[in-house]
Design a protein around this ligand. Structure first.
Ligand SMILES: [Fe+2]
Ligand SMILES: [Fe+2]
Ligand SMILES: [Fe+2]
Ligand SMILES: [Fe+2]
Length: 257
């Protein structure tokens, strides 16, 4: 059994934390494969859930960093999750320990092959983007609705203040206040977008779910990386903002001005 393998560091603390969790779940599955069917099944299912979550976070970071040609990559993620679903359906038939060990090998292949062959090529550019001193406004962010573009510029300005504050020592209070301000303005902005979509008679639920997800993620990712707001802002929030505006906001609002 080769469960001592680890995924090389990507340089993104959120991605690395999730890789650590996925590797731990493979180790748990390997440990229980011999004689604890219940724990083995729970570890496989938890791996599937954690991997789906990881792909979502990774997708936001990749697209936010500027990799827009991600359809092929999304397809790779979907087929990996299908392979895991097929395994999950067979779990109760895996009576022999050898069959369970084969599943652990498959989980390892799924994680390590994908990370090393398909993901690691992106990591250097993502590290470089995360180190940029500010998020720049660019034409690809414009929706053509002046009030909406103004609100986006304002949210990005707060993110840029956070990026600057995070580079300085002893700024915990200032950072906490800025984060609070960002979330307050983000909530108001999300509500304004949702009202506008409803006023046009457009479907709101998918867009609203993405907004809700960001608020949840900021809270849960903040816990994941401890009290390191710099990591949250530089390695996730800035990418989320760019990805959400370019993909979801532009899809629902561009050319409606
Ligand atoms: Fe990954
Ligand atoms: Fe990937
Ligand atoms: Fe927006
Ligand atoms: Fe939005």
């Amino acid at each position: 059994m080769t469960t001592s393998r680890t995924v090389p560091a990507s340089g993104n603390p959120l991605i690395d934390h999730q890789h650590g969790r996925l590797t731990e779940l493979i180790r748990l599955a390997a440990q229980s494969a011999r004689n604890d069917m219940d724990q083995f099944g729970a570890a496989v299912l938890a791996f599937r859930t954690a991997l789906a979550e990881h792909f979502k976070v990774e997708g936001v970071i990749f697209r936010g960093a500027g990799f827009t040609e991600s359809a092929g990559h999304d397809g790779a993620h979907a087929s990996i999750l299908e392979r895991l679903d097929a395994i999950a359906r067979r779990l109760s038939d895996l009576d022999a320990a050898a069959a369970r060990h084969a599943v652990v090998d498959e989980m390892e292949r799924i994680l390590f092959d994908h990370e090393l062959l398909e993901d690691s090529a992106y990591w250097e550019v993502i590290r470089h983007r995360a180190a940029e001193p500010a998020v720049a406004w660019e034409p690809s962010l414009e929706t053509g609705l002046p009030w909406l573009d103004d609100q986006h510029r304002h949210l990005i300005a707060i993110i840029n203040e956070l990026i600057v504050a995070a580079t300085k020592p002893h700024r915990e209070t200032a950072i906490a206040e800025l984060m609070e301000r960002f979330l307050r303005h983000a909530r108001q902005h999300f509500a304004a977008e949702e009202r506008q979509l409803a006023a046009w008679g457009n479907a709101v639920s998918t867009h609203r779910a993405e907004h809700a997800r960001l608020i949840e993620e900021v809270e849960s990712l903040a816990m994941t990386i401890g009290s390191d707001p710099k990591a949250l802002v530089n390695h996730y929030l800035r990418f989320w903002m760019l990805d959400h505006i370019r993909v979801t906001d532009r899809q629902d609002f561009a050319d409606r001005g």
